[in-house]
Design a protein around this ligand. Sequence first.
Ligand SMILES: [Zn+2]
Ligand SMILES: [Zn+2]
Length: 144
Amino acid sequence: MDSITSIFREKKLKLTPQRIAVYKYLQSTKEHPSAEIIYKALQEDYPTMSLATVYKALKTLVEVNLVIELNVGEGNFRYDSNISSHPHIQCISCGRVDDIENVPFSDLNMRVTEFTDYEVLTNRVYFYGLCKCCRDKVNTLKTK
Ligand SMILES: [Zn+2]
Ligand SMILES: [Zn+2]
């Protein structure tokens, strides 16, 4: 809680309970939730908070770079409070989004710089596949 307070102060953000709740929730999960999922998760503790308020809080948090908005396609926005540059993988069947860890991507910017006239500053890399859970489902269907 203390750290959120000081982070918000540093960003000159007003400490509204809604913003704190949304940010805290994002920090507590690695699941890259959508605004709707955040809204539903906070319903119990913040029954008066509307979906529009969640969207507004997210927009503010994205603007000050505390949260990353991931556009994983088809207007499907997910949110991540891990703002370090890291690639993501999404399941094309159930839509879950995971971080890709322990794969070195740091030289990708350099390599792209070599082949373009750009000085590459950052990148957003998305992979798509089938998660284990969905693969297992397909496999059990096959064996039936
Ligand atoms: Zn899946
Ligand atoms: Zn992530």
